[in-house]
Ligand binder design. Structure first.
Ligand SMILES: Cc1cc2nc3c(=O)[nH]c(=O)nc-3n(C[C@H](O)[C@H](O)[C@H](O)COP(=O)(O)OP(=O)(O)OC[C@H]3O[C@@H](n4cnc5c(N)ncnc54)[C@H](O)[C@@H]3O)c2cc1C
Length: 603
């Protein structure tokens, strides 16, 4: 890593809210180096050839085919992208890992779930928390696809409340084994894995402990039937029962009681990778919907010519563009933070752990935003296909069903919404992000006289950047007052947290799209970015609408009288455009460009 990168001040997690980011400092898909492009292209090529070409098979509960595709992915090295070379992986950076998760997801949720469960939560707990013997013994097998991994956290009575599991681990009389007993459910890859990461409680410990458990049916391990599911039909999902399963003491991961931390950190990484895994799904839906709309004739006209359809295509493309922008911005922050820690002398393991943990807020933001966009994109995909969209013979129906799970696993979107704001407040209290001073400044501004100067918005996206700065004030105003009012009791005010989180999410996504476009306009010329400028403006316009509505909801939930009036006036001032964008014209411009290229063409 260059000293330039090390010396460059990289924003800490959550700091995007209080520090201005220069467009030159964000990483974009247009910054990929040759190695990263090669990873992207070979993943795309693999998915087109081996997965997309057979998408119908994934709708027929063909679990063996999913396993076959996983094995092929292993042969190509795609299962070991982020695994260090010392353990037979490719040892690539975080951005490359994201690219593979992204482009592997396009064809079917079944395969991308199997891939994500194996490479993320099935392998990462060992690479991040395993000792040298554990890593040497298990990681090469997982990185090459000789073995597959699964992750057993959820139980019938312990879902979102993951630390409340009842699975027990008892030390054997000779002190050589733990005997694990309990029931796990919703376990992805259970039907074909050779290894489980299992979380169990030792005695009356407050926290659960992680174990590496080999899948051996003669060792008290049995399984339920494959779960009948709404979507991801060929992703194996089963209950797993452990009945006094003997696990050598040396297979404990990290330390006794360290399991909850492992589980949460594995999920942090899982969340940003899940966001990536909802990107190419969206691109492919847009491509298919665009092709269909260009060809489908009604009223003697391709339906693409209708404004109602253009509006949908434009919104689908715009959300995808913002999602890409935010996902790769955060991915590079993580990669740089890891590199800084390695340069400071941390082991790669420690550096990766801390690097991802630092951006846990962004990981939650991305998980929520992108999983909801893939849902709305697939829903509009069905609508554009009309009756054919409802047919199981066209790919929109399965895309819609497959998209639904992303809002549930890796922490539900409700939990992630609350986490994003909760973690930010905690960071502020620990002094890692200074929210207090900026929030006080906003409070002063509210009581001061507004400036009547006419700003110069001649530079491209300058009004939009100004708007982002104002939207950050909305968050600081709302969250700052809420923290003051409720203190530690804030976590009990869930609807307020959810509204605040929606504001946070919209700011991060809109800012990321704008910074990406500004960077590209500066280096490639404004004209070349005309459609991206339109998408950045459209995303921001929609974000402002959401922030107005959520801001109002939050303010009236806890402020009254003069305080309420002042905050509502602030909200109005901080969401006011000087030059309202013509969103109808923006949508038309975006849709026309997508239609002309017969698909999404901004990645
Ligand atoms: C297809 C599939 C694959 C999966 N794969 C795996 C896997 O490989 N390994 C694994 O361990 N797990 C896996 N899971 C489990 C998944 O992670 C859980 O389903 C998820 O965490 C939610 O838990 P739950 O189902 O118990 O829902 P619950 O926790 O019961 O939640 C139900 C609802 O209540 C809300 N809720 C819960 N607590 C709160 C709260 N404190 N405040 C506000 N709202 C709340 C939730 O947001 C949700 O809307 C999988 C699930 C599915 C469906």
């Amino acid at each position: 890593m260059s000293t330039e990168t090390i010396n460059k001040e990289i924003l800490r997690g959550g700091q995007f809210l209080v520090k201005e980011t220069k467009c030159e400092d964000v990483f974009t898909l247009e910054d990929l180096n040759e190695e990263q492009k090669m990873m992207r292209d070979s993943t795309k090529e693999f998915v087109d050839r081996e997965v997309w070409a057979h998408w119908e098979r994934f709708e027929k509960k063909d679990y063996a085919f999913t396993e076959e595709c996983m094995r092929k992915a292993g042969e190509l090295g795609l299962l070991g992208i982020s695994v260090p070379e010392a353990y037979d992986g490719l040892g690539m950076g975080f951005v490359s890992t994201m690219l593979v998760c992204d482009y592997i997801s396009g064809a079917t949720g079944s395969f991308s779930t199997a891939y994500g469960a194996h490479t993320g939560i099935g392998t990462m707990p060992i690479t991040l928390y395993g000792n040298e013997e554990q890593k040497k013994k298990y990681v090469p097998k997982l990185a090459t696809g000789e073995w597959f991994g699964a992750y057993c956290l959820t139980e019938p009575g312990a879902g979102s409340d993951a630390n409340s599991g009842k699975t027990k681990a008892e030390l054997s009389d000779d002190g050589k084994h733990y005997l694990i007993s309990g029931q796990k459910m919703w376990i992805s890859n259970a039907g074909f894995c050779q290894l489980f990461i299992v979380f169990a409680r030792i005695g009356d410990d407050k926290n659960i402990t992680g174990f590496i458990v080999e899948n051996d049916p003669s060792n008290g391990i049995t399984m339920g039937e494959e779960e009948p599911k709404l979507g991801i039909k060929s992703s194996s999902t089963r209950q797993v029962f452990f009945n006094e399963t003997k696990v050598p003491v040396e297979n404990m991961l990290s330390e006794r009681g360290g399991g909850f931390k492992i589980a949460m950190n594995a999920l942090n990484v899982g969340r940003i990778k899940l966001a990536a895994a909802c990107l190419d799904a969206q691109r492919r839906i847009i491509d298919e919907a665009t092709k269909y709309a260009n060809e489908r004739i009604q009223f003697k006209t391709p339906i693409m010519n209708f404004g109602a359809i253009k509006s949908k295509i434009a919104t689908m493309a715009t959300n995808t563009y913002a999602d890409e922008s935010a996902s790769y911005r955060a991915a590079k922050n993580i990669e740089d933070r890891i590199a800084i820690r390695v340069a400071e002398g941390n082991s790669h393991q420690e550096a990766e752990l801390k690097g991802v943990e630092e951006y846990a807020i962004e990981c939650s933001i991305l998980k929520v935003a992108v999983s909801e966009h893939v849902q709305s994109t697939s829903d509009e995909g069905i609508q554009i296909f009309g009756g054919m969209g409802f047919s199981a013979e066209a790919p929109m129906e399965s895309a819609w069903r497959d998209a639904r799970i992303s809002r549930i696993y890796e922490g539900t979107n409700e939990i992630n919404r609350m986490l994003s704001v909760g973690m930010l407040v905690k960071k502020a209290m620990r002094g890692h992000v200074d929210l207090l001073n900026p929030a006080m400044k906003v409070a002063d501004e509210l009581t001061g006289i507004p400036s009547f100067d006419t700003p110069d918005y001649s530079e491209v996206l300058s009004e939009e950047k100004d708007m982002i700065a104002k939207l950050k004030k909305v968050f600081l105003m709302v969250a700052g007052s809420a923290v003051q009012k409720f203190g530690p009791e804030l976590e009990k005010h869930q609807q307020l947290l959810m509204a605040s989180s929606d504001i946070l999410i919209q700011i991060y996504l809109a800012e990321s799209a704008i910074l990406r476009t500004e960077k590209n306009a500066k280096r490639f010329g404004e004209e070349s970015q005309a459609v991206q400028i339109a998408m950045s403006k459209l995303y921001l316009y929609n974000a402002v609408d959401i922030i107005q509505s959520k801001g109002k909801e939050a303010i009236v939930s806890f402020a009254e009288g003069d305080e309420q009036r002042m905050m509502l006036m602030g909200l109005k001032r901080f969401t006011k455009y000087m030059n309202h964008p013509n969103v109808v014209a923006l949508r038309t411009q975006i849709a026309d460009s997508v239609a002309a290229e017969n698909g999404y063409h901004f990645d």
